[in-house]
Ligand binder design. Sequence first.
Ligand code: FES
Length: 106
Amino acid sequence: MEWERIAAESELGAGVNGALSTAVGHDRVAVFRTDEGLFALDDVCSHEYSRLSEGEVAEGQVACAKHGSRFDLRTGAVTGFPATRPVRAWAAKAEGGWIWVSRLPG
Ligand code: FES
């Protein structure tokens, strides 16, 4: 698994709901800190354009700020409409004072 260093760990938590949004190559990735650890998803909602990093996080899901679709933080699966397509989930970790993400296969 190839990890990409995306930000200092201290940057996480400064944004809305403790989320961080950053570019990884051509992708935009949202990293969320929760009581259960770090999670990362594509930052762009699969419904229309909105950043999931600006959504509300609760019970292992993020709710899109635009129309309220919900996505599972672990898998990117849709858990609440109107979105019908999942977003891609990434692996995320904090190590050495940095946040790292990696594309999951598939
Ligand atoms: S843009 Fe996210 S639910 Fe519509």
